[in-house]
Design a protein around this ligand. Structure first.
Ligand code: PMM
Length: 269
C-alpha cells in the first residue's frame, strides 16, 4: 500500500502532494513501483495535529481519488469521517482506512456496512491532540490486540461483515517507541483474530530514534528512514502481515519480494 498524503502538514510528505495533478501522478508512480493499493489521505494524524474541516478534507481527496481511479489505480481512503468515506467510495475508492476504526465518527460504521468495501480497524485511543498521554499499558501487545478485537466485534454487531475487516496495530498512535517495537516483535499475536493484518511503520518516529545520529542524538530525518522501513516491511511480511503501508514503495516492494522468495524456498525443502 503506497501513501499519498494530500496535506500541508503530514510528518514526512506534508505539502508535496497538495496539488491534485501532482498527487495523481505520484499515486500512479507508486503503482509503477509495485504498490497494489494507494492510500489517499486529506488529514494529518501526526501527534498534536489539529483537525481540518470536512469541506477541506473532501476538497483535498476527491479529485485525487477520481483521478487515480480513472487511471486504473486501486485506491483506499484514509479518513475518520463517514461523509468523506462515503463520497470517496462513490468516487471510486475500494477500501476505507479509518485510523479510529469507526470510533471518531458515529456514522462511519453505517457507511462501511452500506458500501460493503474492506474496512480497516486500527488500534486507536483518541485524537492526535491527546494521543501521547494515552500511551499507558501494562502489557501492550495483549491490550492492543484485545482493544481491536472488541472494536471489531462492535463494528460487526453494527452490520459490517467480518470478511470486510482488516486490522492494524496503529504503530505510533498512543504508543511509545518501546510499544511500537513490542508490537512489531509479536505480530503473530494477531493471527487468532482471523483478519488480514496491515502494518504501517513507514518513516515513523521509532525508526528515527533507532537511526539517530550517534554523536548528536539528532533523529534521522523522516525521508531518510526508507531503508529501515523496507527492512521492517520484509520482517512484517515474514510474520504474516497482509499489507504494509509505505511512503517509498520501490525499496519495500523489493524487500517483500525477497521475503516471498525465501519463504517459497523454505517451503520447497
Ligand atoms: N498511520 C498514519 C496514517 N494512516 N493508517 C493506518 N491504517 N495505519 C497507520 O499506522 C497509519 C494510517 C500516519 O502516518 P502518515 O502521516 O505518514 O500517513
Amino acid at each position: 500500500m503506497g501513501i499519498v498524503n494530500v496535506t500541508p502538514d503530514s510528518f514526512s510528505d506534508g505539502g508535496l502532494w497538495l496539488d491534485p495533478d501532482k498527487a495523481v501522478a505520484h499515486g500512479i508512480e507508486l503503482t509503477r513501483q509495485g504498490a497494489d493499493l494507494v492510500d489517499v489521505g486529506g488529514e494529518s494524524t501526526r501527534p498534536g495535529a489539529q483537525r481540518v474541516t470536512e469541506e477541506e478534507e473532501l476538497r483535498r481527496v476527491i479529485p485525487v481519488i477520481t483521478g487515480l481511479t480513472a487511471a486504473g489505480v486501486v485506491v483506499s481512503v484514509d479518513t475518520m469521517r463517514a461523509a468523506v468515506a462515503e463520497a470517496s467510495v462513490a468516487a471510486g475508492a475500494k477500501v476505507i482506512n479509518d485510523v479510529s476504526g469507526g470510533r471518531a465518527d458515529a456514522d462511519m460504521v453505517k457507511v462501511a456496512a452500506g458500501t460493503g468495501v474492506p474496512f480497516v480497524v486500527m488500534h486507536w485511543r483518541g485524537q492526535s491532540t491527546e494521543m501521547e498521554s494515552l500511551a499507558r499499558y501494562e502489557d501492550v501487545v495483549r491490550e492492543v490486540v484485545a482493544e481491536v478485537e472488541a472494536q471489531a466485534e462492535a463494528v460487526v454487531a453494527a452490520g459490517v461483515k467480518p470478511e470486510q475487516l482488516i486490522v492494524d496495530p496503529g504503530l505510533g498512535f498512543a504508543k511509545t517507541r518501546e510499544d511500537d517495537w513490542a508490537l512489531l516483535a509479536r505480530l503473530d499475536a494477531w493471527n487468532r483474530l482471523g483478519h488480514p493484518l496491515l502494518v504501517a511503520a513507514s518513516r515513523k518516529r521509532f525508526l528515527g530514534t533507532l537511526l539517530a545520529d550517534e554523536r548528536t542524538g539528532e533523529l534521522r530525518p523522516a525521508r531518510e528512514r526508507d531503508a529501515a522501513t523496507a527492512a521492517v516491511s520484509a520482517l512484517a511480511a515474514a510474520t504474516g502481515a497482509w499489507a504494509v503501508r509505505v511512503h517509498e514503495v520501490g525499496a519495500t516492494a523489493d524487500a517483500v519480494r525477497v521475503e516471498a522468495a525465501l519463504r517459497a524456498a523454505r517451503e520447497e525443502r
